[in-house]
Design a protein around this ligand. Structure first.
Ligand code: URA
Length: 228
């Protein structure tokens, strides 16, 4: 195992057991590394660029008043995985990119722990502008914004969606379930398998839950590889 992979697993609080020498009957478990090529945006993809412009110009709800800039999303628009969070925080509002603060560093570690580079997935949020004081987006703000996310998903058509946190999952899946009830089940959004796990900001406050998030990630990897 590479040193960086080990570091990522340690960030997830995953205890790594060292393998003993293999007997002839044991087969190695190979965890595929999926280090991805740099993100490719197809310049011909007019719909994608039109969507980006619409988001940049959007004033459909009050959140536009306090934003530094919109946060459209980041990563490979042809990705097999989409990660969906709640909405930009202060760092994201400043940098124009989702999950760049402390929670973002943990998200990167979570993805790396299952062999996925940040650049190999597409990361977006339910709302594209920062809610003030990091409050949850209000229902009317979500209603004004979620069409952009739905359009992103339709253009990307990922093999798997990973919702991080209750707000992302409730709004995408249209339910009001607690996170504990949504975990461990393969949901469907537009027939795309959708897995729900804890928000990395919550995991930073409750590190003992990282073990469960690790189980969710392994399930997501299995579903993405095998389909369901
Ligand atoms: N939390 C989120 O849900 N999204 C971000 O982009 C950053 C923090």
């Amino acid at each position: 195992m590479s040193g960086s992979r080990l570091a990522y697993l340690q960030a997830m609080d995953i205890v790594v057991w060292r393998a003993r020498p293999m007997s002839a009957l044991q087969t190695p478990v190979v965890i595929p590394e999926q280090d991805a090529p740099a993100p490719v945006i197809k310049p011909s993809d007019d719909a994608w660029h039109a969507l980006q412009s619409r988001v940049r110009e959007c004033r459909a709800c009050r959140l536009h008043e306090g934003r530094t800039q919109t946060v459209f999303g980041v990563g490979d628009p042809q990705a097999q995985w989409m990660v969906i969070g709640e909405g930009p925080g202060a760092d994201e509002d400043q940098q124009g990119e989702p999950f760049v603060g402390k929670a973002g560093q943990l998200l990167n570690a979570m993805l790396a722990a299952i062999g996925l580079a940040r650049s190999a997935v597409y990361i977006a949020n339910i709302v594209k502008c920062r809610p003030p004081n990091n409050r949850e987006p209000a229902a009317d703000e979500v209603a004004a914004c979620i069409g952009y996310l739905r359009a992103q998903i339709n253009l990307i058509r990922p093999r798997l969606i990973l919702c991080v946190g209750k707000v992302a999952a409730n709004n995408l899946l249209g339910n009001d379930e607690a996170i504990g009830r949504m975990r461990g089940t393969v949901h469907r959004y537009q027939n795309i398998p959708t897995i729900v796990t804890y928000h990395p900001a919550y995991l930073l406050r409750s590190p003992l839950e990282k073990r469960k998030a690790w189980d969710d990630l392994k399930m997501a990897r299995r579903v993405a590889q095998q389909g369901l």
